[in-house]
Design a protein. Structure first.
Length: 160
């Protein structure tokens, strides 16, 4: 029960800030009229929907299998290598990227695309300098084998 509560709280705090609060507050997402006859907005809605679903699936895997949350202070206790994690090591971040690109298409905001690019550069640094070393320390050889078999950013079938 507490794990579910913690996961919901961290989901609101971390991705909620990145994909909801900031785009709605600073890039016009909150006041956007959506036209279903606009192909760019339809593509944006599709990407935003797919990215959100994938993000929630990843968060569920962290809770159900990993027994942790997406927060660095409350990480999974088990290495999650199933679901979308079979195809790419960072599907949660890719899901957020898909949502942000979708929101960029919805708003046609250059500022939102610049924010998305800056966020992705920042996340690359976080992954390289903090997350991957922390995962190696926590899970050792199993993480090393996983990272050798599964790409960091480009989804592909996992090698055995």
């Amino acid at each position: 029960m507490w794990l579910a509560v913690r996961s919901v709280v961290w989901t609101i705090v971390i991705p909620g800030l990145v994909i909801l609060y900031l785009p709605w507050t600073f890039f016009g997402l909150g006041t956007l009229p959506v036209s279903t006859s606009d192909p760019l907005q339809l593509a944006g809605l599709l990407l935003t929907s797919v990215g959100t679903i994938f993000l929630l699936v990843c968060i569920w895997e962290f809770v159900a299998y990993g027994r942790g949350t997406l927060a660095p202070v409350d990480p999974p206790k088990r290495l999650v290598v199933r679901g979308l994690y079979k195809y790419v090591r960072n599907p949660m971040y890719l899901s957020v990227l898909v949502v942000l690109v979708g929101e960029g298409l919805l708003t046609r905001s250059l500022g939102l695309f610049e924010y998305t690019l800056g966020w992705f550069v920042w996340i690359n640094l976080v992954v390289l300098l903090y997350e991957e070393p922390a995962l190696y320390r926590a899970f050792g050889a199993s993480y090393q084998a996983y990272s050798a078999a599964v790409s960091r950013w480009l989804p592909r079938p996992a090698r055995s």
